[in-house]
Design a protein around this ligand. Sequence first.
Ligand code: ADP
Length: 161
Amino acid sequence: MKKKAIYPGSFDPITFGHLDLLKRSCKLFDDLTIAVVVNPHKKALFTVDERVAMIKMATKKYRNVKIDKFDGLLVDYAKKVKANVIIRGLRAIADFEYEFQMALVNRSLYKPLDMVYMMPSVEYTYLSSSIVREVASLGGDVSGFVSTFIAGKLKEKFNNA
Ligand code: ADP
């Protein structure tokens, strides 16, 4: 049976930390979908479609990776696409409490669901999309954190703001 997993998140924008996790996950799963959460209550820098387009560009070398977007409950999306593994990242210690809660809540909503947590390379354990947005908004160099074309997109956003 093919192993199918979902990697959900905001990806606002996709960083080298996300890509590190993706590379690891590709070795474990035959079919991997990066699913961008459509959350009208969370103010994002990039629109969902912009984020999807950037993810497509950043991941085109991975043949078993698909990109999608979803709204509503993650468990409902997982049922719809027939995936029972969710991939999430664990950075330093900050992610643990929230992820622990989400894992148990999601599993109680949908029993067959399992969460797989992965740790990135040590140089990305501090990296988040929000810090990248912050640095870019202040005119800092983000080339160590995101692909060149995403650094360009960030520049465009903040120059036009
Ligand atoms: P969310 O808003 O759902 O947390 P993010 O785009 O911030 O969405 O993150 C999606 C997933 O990727 C989360 O599981 C997060 O922990 C993980 N992630 C983000 N950045 C990193 C990183 N630098 N290293 C490891 N995992 C990361």
